[in-house]
Design a protein around this ligand. Structure first.
Ligand SMILES: [Zn+2]
Length: 353
């Protein structure tokens, strides 16, 4: 499905950028490929969605917004929501306190933001500056709920918590769910041929760029054209290969190259996907079924990168190539299976047995 581009010259001036990936051996190599555009007059998401600019998930290249390396602060002044009188419940016949107006909810999923980040507020209203943002499709723990400012007639706010932020989001943009991100299948192996060693140049939860959407990503320092293997069985959900020699983003580039990058996304039976980013080329095609250890591409330095390396992450299947990352543990990494920065790991993928 194509996302219509509504970017205008005005929106291009207000681009919110989420970085991903980061330094390699020689220095910074940001490879974060996402950018959201804001129209100057568009309301923030917790007062109503506006036009969106999403990373292009299709094979066809399209004009991209000019990403800005500086995250744009959420607009601080917000239009007043339309006052909507909350329906008063019928007086209870007994004097007991009314039950909680919303059922207990272990998790909420961010919905209906039209691709915008969702503001997390310090209080259940829009008076305070946002303390963070969530991405559409993200599932977070709901600590409690409370009545607050009416947004589009909805007065309920969830108090949510992630590793990065605690605060309130309007129930307009959150759906109660008891679903949690699926546990790793324990079926993932490093994306390298049997016996190949590499160094993790950026691990999970880094201050640099593996946070937020990319929190559970890994960067591996790899020479150009290193074969990359499927980390688990799957099917090719997306493959972008249009960045070829001669393209200004072929051998790395700055923020303007954030979306000009080759990648493969595999979908897995546990509901997750895996992303193989900065490829020189892909060796699979859309819809291909692949088995663990099958060649999916060759490493490169396409996109926002200072040179060849590979960024991989396990992520949700959100309809884009850039989705909320989920924990990823490799069977062939000793201990927890989660390598840390500067750790050297050796792949057992494709070794057989
Ligand atoms: Zn990375």
């Amino acid at each position: 499905m194509k996302t219509p581009f509504l970017l205008s010259a005005a929106t291009a001036a207000f681009v919110f950028l989420v970085l991903a990936c980061g330094p390699d051996h020689t220095g910074d190599s940001p490879d974060g490929p996402i950018a959201w555009g804001f129209d100057a007059g568009a309301p923030p998401v917790d007062a109503g969605p506006g036009p969106e600019v999403l990373p292009e998930p299709e094979l066809t290249p399209e004009p991209e917004p000019q990403p800005s390396p500086e995250p744009e602060p959420q607009p601080s002044s917000e239009p007043e929501p339309q006052p909507s009188p909350a329906p008063e419940p019928e007086p209870a016949p007994e004097p007991e306190p009314a039950p909680e107006p919303a059922p207990a909810c272990p998790f909420v999923q961010v919905t209906g933001t039209a691709g915008y980040p969702l503001n997390v507020r310090p209080t259940p209203d829009t008076s305070g500056a946002p303390v963070g943002t969530l991405v559409e499709g993200q599932t977070v723990a709901a600590l409690s709920g409370t009545e607050g400012e009416a947004i589009s007639g909805e007065t309920w706010w969830w108090q949510i918590e992630t590793a990065a932020v605690t605060g309130y989001i309007s129930a307009v943009y959150a759906t109660c769910t008891d679903e949690t991100p699926p546990e790793p299948t324990a079926g993932f192996l490093l994306p390298l041929t049997c016996g190949t060693s590499t160094t993790v140049t950026q691990g999970n939860s880094s201050a640099y760029s593996h946070n937020g959407i990319a929190n559970y990503a890994f960067d591996f320092g790899l020479p150009l054209n290193t074969p990359l293997l499927a980390m688990d069985h799957g099917v090719v959900l997306m493959a972008k290969t249009d960045i070829t020699p001669g393209h200004p983003c072929y051998n790395g580039g700055g923020a303007e190259c954030a979306n000009h990058v080759n990648y493969v996304v595999l979908g897995h039976s546990d509901g997750s996907a895996t992303l193989y980013l900065h490829l020189n080329r892909a060796d699979v095609q859309l819809g291909d079924g692949v088995v663990r250890g099958q060649l999916v591409g060759h490493s490169g330095g396409t996109g926002w990168s200072t040179g060849p390396h590979t960024h991989v992450q396990r992520q949700s299947q959100c309809g884009s190539w850039w989705c909320q990352s989920w924990p990823l543990a490799f069977q062939d990494v000793p201990g927890t299976g989660v390598p840390v920065v500067w750790q050297t790991v050796t792949s057992q993928n494709g070794c057989g047995g």
